[in-house]
Ligand binder design. Structure first.
Ligand SMILES: [Zn+2]
Length: 113
């Protein structure tokens, strides 16, 4: 399961951070997940519940922020929301685009005790 390995990675990252700050417990953490990241948020929630067990964030509350993907058209410069890599620009119908955001899965913040 893809989401489980992501969840485990996230928890490892949090543990490294907590260790650096000499914290024994993590209160809260936030993750940004782009809509083009390929992650199913419900599945990630479920995987996190498993991954936090016996870790520094076993008591933490978490928040997953869904980041809507945005692309910039290479032809006309229009910035628009995308759900996939294949939709053309709504303004000029050009296919060339640069994805500005939405591919990321990242740890946004952690709050330690
Ligand atoms: Zn365009």
């Amino acid at each position: 399961m893809h989401e489980l390995s992501i969840a485990v990675n996230i928890v490892e990252m949090i543990e490294e951070n907590a260790e650096r700050e000499k914290a024994h417990n993590v209160d809260k953490f936030e993750i940004d997940v782009g809509t083009l990241s390929g992650v199913v948020i419900d599945a990630l929630e479920f995987a996190l519940e498993e991954a936090v067990k016996d870790s520094v964030c076993s008591k933490a509350v978490w928040k997953i922020n869904k980041i809507e993907a945005k692309a910039k058209c290479r032809k006309c410069g229009h910035v628009y929301s995308v759900d996939d890599y294949f939709s053309p620009c709504p303004k000029c119908m050009g296919f060339g685009k640069e994805i500005l955001q939405g591919k990321e899965i990242q740890l946004k913040s952690i709050t330690v005790e």
